[in-house]
Design a protein around this ligand. Structure first.
Ligand code: PMV
Length: 317
């Protein structure tokens, strides 16, 4: 039996603008993870994926058929992509998957599940797959989920380290001079990333000058944030998060619930707050001093957060 896992992720700066060529910064969310366990199955029984939390069993019938349904895309498509890449037939194997990453809330559950499944498959087949080869495979899975993803989710999840990311270029790891604490607060509403990405694309096509200027400002904020993180000046990230959130509102991807949670966090003493991910649902992140983390988390719950996760952004290892 072999076991593999992958973390969730949060986007710190630059979502949406990253789809249009600007940089973004993302970090792994270690507190929530997807796990896959591979166990040998009887001869000629094929490959079965079992998701006990969903009470669901799916069998991989072929390497070619690819029905475009969400469960196939989440559980079987990653295995098809990997087996085709490895030029392997369908093995006799049972893969059991579990995840503590909330689904469809911008925390990377799809990419993490795919990463854990493919890693467990490779381990069971005794085929080492370096991250540089795994990452493009998980990007293919993301394309099934989202249409035109930037690639930031799969990159931060596969490498499990904070990255500065520009679409179409290799991920740039960067120094984190001082770890810092974030609260991740869930609105409890799903986040339809492909819809918000499509809407922002249409807005850009309709008003290229105004929206292009917003993308550029978000890109500038992201570059500034990288320099501050590298210099250990983390408190100065707060105002940048607030401004990034404002700009995301102008891109129409915030919501009443996201704005309320950001306001509640700031009022309770957070240094800054913004939505994280596709928007119109999903999560906000709030930057907090260690000693304020508890009271800001309480304020977020009182303001209607369905769940609050505390995480540290820190150097890998
Ligand atoms: O998967 P989410 O909801 O965290 O959103 C990803 C961030 C976007 O920039 C909105 C889309 C993308 O592909 O980069």
């Amino acid at each position: 039996m072999v076991r593999a896992d992958a973390p969730g992720k949060i986007i710190l700066f630059g979502e949406h603008a990253v789809v249009h060529g600007q940089p973004a910064i993302a970090a792994p969310l270690h507190a929530v993870r997807a796990t896959a366990i591979a166990a040998p199955a009887p001869h000629a029984s094929g490959l079965t994926v079992y998701a006990p939390d969903l009470d669901l069993t799916r069998r991989l019938e072929s390497l070619d058929d690819s029905p475009d349904d969400p469960l196939h895309n989440a559980l079987l498509f990653p295995l098809q992509v990997a087996l085709r890449y490895l030029e392997q037939p369908i093995p006799d194997l049972t893969l059991t998957v579990r995840s503590t990453i909330p689904i469809a809330s911008g925390l990377g559950s799809g990419a993490a599940l795919a990463t854990a499944l493919v890693r467990a498959l490779c381990a069971a087949l005794d085929r080492a797959l370096p991250n540089d080869e795994l990452n493009p495979l998980i990007f293919q899975v993301e394309q099934r989920h989202h249409g035109t993803p930037s690639g930031i989710d799969n990159t931060v999840i596969v490498y499990e380290q904070p990255v500065y990311f520009v679409r179409g270029t290799p991920p740039q790891p960067f120094a984190i001079a001082r770890p810092f604490t974030l609260l991740v607060a869930d609105t409890g509403h799903g986040s339809p990333t492909h819809t918000t990405v499509g809407d922002v694309g249409r807005l850009y096509a309709a008003e290229p000058a105004r929206i292009g200027a917003i993308f550029s400002e978000i890109g500038g904020i992201t570059q500034q944030a990288r320099r501050l993180i590298e210099a250990g000046k983390v408190a100065a990230l707060g105002p940048l998060m607030d401004r990034n959130h404002d700009l995301l509102r102008q891109l129409t991807v915030s919501s009443g619930a996201l704005d309320r949670l950001c306001a509640a966090a700031r009022a309770a003493g957070a240094l800054g707050a913004k939505l994280s991910g596709g928007g119109r649902g999903g999560n906000i992140i709030a930057l907090v001093d260690e000693e304020r983390a508890g009271s800001v988390a309480d304020a977020l719950l009182a303001a209607g957060a369905a769940n609050v996760i505390r995480t540290a952004v820190r150097p890998p290892g």
